[in-house]
Design a protein around this ligand. Structure first.
Ligand code: PRX
Length: 709
């Protein structure tokens, strides 16, 4: 069914230096199967026309019209205070109404959520749209009447992957309460920092959840979080604790009198209560989602109700190809933006069935995801390269054993190697499913680059062109445009605003402007959006066919299994260890996780180190979470530094990855390099921990890491 062809114009490609550097190799194109095209939401090529640049910004009316508005908007895009764009101005709506109420009339008994617990002997839970409506209303009544929350207040959720999480988000949305869900895998301290930053008075959590066969104690993190928030100046007066098994407490941590309450003891008071959805301005905030950046503090990305919901609904329809009758499974965590946009808001706004799986995909064996797909009749599947690599490694032929059929699959979060892409296509998708490689970020609300699944061919390892209404451009460091289709690397930016873009960094508008707009802004006084390209902080190349290939972060962010970790966050955690004088975090290429973290530590003079490596690993776990645990911690006599005292991360990154450390003549202490190299590499060799030979692209990334000279 699949036709394959060479990329048009590939042989005319001019060979540039950067192109050699990233070792651009054109891949074959794969065309969508006719069966898919026959049912695709976007099957008419005229759709590209409708979103062409001359139709901007009015083209986004098509997305806004997928929503139900209480009051229709009068201005599509207001650019009067750049880059604080306002979309669908004058409009009023409620996100909970759009994701729940409007479907109760048309399909009350259809499953909205299907919850699959990790233990396979526990029953799957189906939540119909009618049941979702009841639960969202009762929860909203509890938040309003028991917690005293109202529109504009913030509430921090530290919930695992259970159906109560989307119910809570929608209950907040019903009231206009701004939710800030913190990934459950993050530590209590990380959660506490986010409580303080968002000034939440209420924390909502769960006693425990299943992960890899264990029922983890999660409530313990709530106590740490409240303590940390207090240290940072924010009092929490209520902690609501859901119980994973109703009526049975699964945590060893005591409940704190007067502060902690079990939700299953309070909720009966609100049984059957209905709460009118609050009609809110399109540009009122819907939620905050924290993400790592270059400097220490995570950034609270604030997303709007109208623009965000319109954008995730539109992209879910055309790029995820969601129809109400589909069974859609996005195996991301709702604690990340992918889960917010493409497990909860987009799919539910379209009235489909969205699967929520509690645990790890390989538990109890690598056949698990395919059993879930077979049993539930999942036909749209969405995951990250790190999961695909893992599933291929532990169960390369497992998918063949199960009778499921995907029409559509997504990859998101990291670059996917063409080889891994092909396994996903051939084995997981059985050659029947289209794949969309979707490039975007927490800040963006929804996809930025991908292929229209029924209309545009796929190219392994390339995200594709800008999605509908998104016009990317690649700039070099000096703000010059890198010629289109030249295959030369540069910084990928988006020339125009779009409805899903975040509105600001919570509490820090200056940082918002500085991080994303200052670099390529052409005139700070201009109210013309053309002068305000959005700087993504990612490197990319564009092939002659217009497809973008994302190379990864150009700032000091390490992408571990799709989780963004800031080097500054890792380093400031490490220096909390008494004996540590200085710390530097670098990425090391990792077969499964894409990148892993290695820490280099120098000690305060005169201290005798006992077990500092473990202390550093532990403090990173406590401050950030287990996802950030370094693969290795190296104690070095001194950090390689420039004469102005800056740590040359690229040098130690080169050592960790067994690549060329580059020019060290500008260092103040070049002699230390060989000392570090021989120590680190001999230990790694002895442990059999030598990374495979890096591709040229990977080697380039390491060489450029944390470049300060
Ligand atoms: O470097 C890019 C990488 O992940 C970063 C965004 O991470 P986060 O905000 O956590 O959001 C992840 C899910 C949207 C980007 O700056 N990234 C994301 N998607 C891709 C990607 N790299 C390559 N290909 C992708 N499809």
């Amino acid at each position: 069914m699949t036709t394959e062809s060479q990329v048009p114009g590939a042989d005319e490609l001019q060979v540039s230096e950067a192109q050699i550097a990233v070792h651009w190799k054109e891949e074959q194109l794969y065309y969508p199967p006719p069966k898919f095209i026959g049912q695709a939401n976007a099957a008419d090529p005229a759709i590209r026309e409708r979103f062409s640049e001359d139709k901007f910004p009015e083209c986004f009316k098509e997305y806004a019209d997928l929503l139900t508005w209480d009051q229709y908007w009068h201005t599509t895009l207001d650019t009067s205070n750049p880059p604080f764009w306002r979309w669908f101005v004058g409009g009023k709506l409620n996100a909970s109404y759009n994701c729940v109420d409007r479907h109760v009339r048309t399909r009350p008994n259809q499953a909205a959520l299907v919850f699959v617990p990790e233990p396979e002997d526990q029953e799957t839970v189906v939540v119909t749209y009618r049941e979702l409506y009841r639960r969202v209303n009762e929860t909203a009544a509890m938040l309003r009447d028991f917690c005293g929350l109202k529109a504009g207040d913030r509430v921090t959720l530290h919930m695992p992957m259970v159906p109560e999480l989307p119910v809570l988000m929608l209950a907040c949305a019903r009231l206009g309460v701004i939710h800030s869900q913190v990934f459950a895998g993050f530590s209590g301290a990380a959660c506490g920092g986010r409580i303080a930053d968002s000034q939440s008075r209420v924390l909502i959590t769960m006693d425990g959840y299943y992960r890899n066969g264990d029922l983890l104690d999660h409530k313990v993190k709530a106590d740490e979080a409240v303590e940390r928030a207090k240290q940072e100046g924010q009092e929490v007066d209520k902690v609501l604790v859901y119980r994973r098994h109703s009526g049975q407490y699964s945590s060893k941590t005591p409940m704190v009198q007067g502060r902690d309450v079990f939700v299953d003891e309070v909720m009966p008071d609100y049984r059957g209560k209905l709460v009118d959805p609050v009609s809110l301005p399109a540009e009122a905030p819907l939620f905050i989602m924290y993400s790592s950046g270059t400097t220490g503090r995570p950034k609270g990305c604030q997303h709007s109700i109208g623009g965000y919901l319109a954008y995730v609904t539109g992209t879910s329809k055309y790029y995820q190809d969601i129809h109400p009758e589909d069974t859609y499974w996005c195996a991301a965590d709702i604690g990340w933006i992918t889960g917010h946009s493409y497990i909860v808001y987009g799919p539910l706004s379209l009235g489909t069935t969205s699967v929520v799986y509690e645990g790890v995909p390989t538990y109890p064996d690598p056949g698990r995801p395919w059993r879930i797909a077979e049993r539930l009749g999942v036909n749209i599947f969405h995951t990250a390269p790190t999961t695909i690599r893992m599933l291929r490694k532990v169960g390369p032929t497992e998918p063949k054993k199960y009778d499921y059929h995907f029409k559509h699959m997504t990859t998101v979060g990291e670059p996917i190697e063409p080889d891994v892409w092909r396994w996903y296509y051939e084995v997981v998708g059985k050659g029947e499913a289209v794949i969309v490689d979707t490039w975007w970020q927490t800040e963006n609300g929804g996809f930025l680059c991908s292929t229209l699944p029924g209309l545009e061919p796929m190219k392994p390892g390339s995200a594709g062109p800008g999605v509908l209404g998104i016009y990317p451009v690649i700039y070099d460091e000096n703000g010059e445009e890198v010629p289109k289709g030249s295959g030369r690397a540069g910084n990928i930016c988006i020339r125009n605003p779009w409805p899903g873009i975040f509105q600001t960094i919570w509490g820090d508008p200056d940082r918002f402007v500085k991080t994303y707009y200052e670099k390529y802004n052409k005139d700070p006084k201009s109210t013309d959006w053309r002068d305000w390209p959005y700087f993504s902080n990612d490197g990319a190349t564009q092939a002659p066919d217009g497809y973008y290939r994302i190379l990864g972060r150009v700032d000091d962010v390490i992408n571990v299994a799709g989780h963004r970790l800031g080097t500054k966050e890792l380093e400031s955690a490490s220096v909390l260890v008494e004996e540590v004088a200085e710390a530097a975090a670098v990425p090391v290429v990792d077969e499964l996780r894409g990148r892993a973290v290695e820490m280099y530590i120098s000690l305060k003079p005169g201290v005798t180190a006992t077990n500092v490596e473990e202390k550093v690993a532990k403090v990173i776990e406590t401050e950030i979470g287990k996802v950030a645990r370094p693969k290795n911690v190296w104690i070095v006599p001194d950090m390689p530094k420039t004469r102005s005292g800056k740590i040359m991360r690229r040098v130690i990154a080169g050592i960790s990855n067994f690549t060329d450390v580059g020019d060290i003549t500008t260092l103040a202490n070049p002699e230390v390099v060989e000392e570090i190299r021989s120590h680190v590499q001999s230990v790694k060799e002895a442990r059999g921990d030598v990374p495979k030979t890096l591709t040229e692209k990977e080697a380039e990334e390491i060489k450029a890491f944390g470049q300060v000279d």
